[in-house]
Ligand binder design. Sequence first.
Ligand SMILES: Nc1ncnc2c1ncn2[C@@H]1O[C@H](COP(=O)(O)OP(=O)(O)OP(=O)(O)O)[C@@H](O)[C@H]1O
Ligand SMILES: [Mg+2]
Length: 259
Amino acid sequence: MTIRIRDIHKVYRIGTEKVHALRGVNLEIGRNEYVAIMGASGSGKSTLMNILGCLDQPTAGSYELNGRLTHRMSGSQLARVRNEEIGFVFQSFELLPRATALANVAMPLAYSRRFFWGAKRRARHALEKVGLGDRMHHKPNQLSGGQRQRVAIARALVNQPSIILADEPTGNLDSATSDEIIALFKALHDEGQTIIIVTHEEDIAGNARRIVRLRDGRIVSDHPTSEDPIHQDFLRRALEAAHRQAAAATPAAAGSAAP
Ligand SMILES: Nc1ncnc2c1ncn2[C@@H]1O[C@H](COP(=O)(O)OP(=O)(O)OP(=O)(O)O)[C@@H](O)[C@H]1O
Ligand SMILES: [Mg+2]
């Protein structure tokens, strides 16, 4: 199992106030799974992603990543795990504004023991993989939103992580650009990449093979996409709407008399 979390709780404290963001989450995710995490705003999705990515520690419970318990790790061990095992993609891209696409993608390699040598070559290869072979020397403000997100995906891939974690990666993109990014995730999954994506959109979640739904810090459902009742209902409605549109566009079906 790539990820095994047991009874995870997360309590944020601000002064004397406590926010119980996760309330006993259990989850197992295997290699080459493609999982969508859904739930209302504030349900704990980003909190869970931050824990999965070792950016934050749970208040209680255990997290085993590739067979190793993360709460036993020191700060520097966690930093290494983050660098080598996890690739992050964020809604706001999080690129260095003054650095070229190539320098942004090469950045994680500077901290990597495995790939320090040959960093440029690897970064170039990652950019080619996301279709940006002709934009290596552009800075983020010289790229479109979709291209920026592709740079971020190349950066996430460059260390060959065991998991890609994407928190609303299409949240700042228009729908055509979102489709491109989602097609890229699909291709990566087909190549064997394990992917966990947070999204608010059913049609984006529909590309994943499994949908985990959170409510108030708890998992309320966890199904293969083809068996998820909410998603299947969404698909049925979308199909009905498409039929209605097609019928309205056909004069005979719409009941208008032919001349
Ligand atoms: N650093 C923090 N300090 C205090 N409370 C926090 C912190 N981060 C999140 N919270 C609270 O924890 C709860 C879960 O937040 P989280 O960001 O995980 O939600 P989310 O599901 O990602 O929401 P969204 O869809 O809006 O991104 C919320 O009530 C939020 O206010
Ligand atoms: Mg969030």
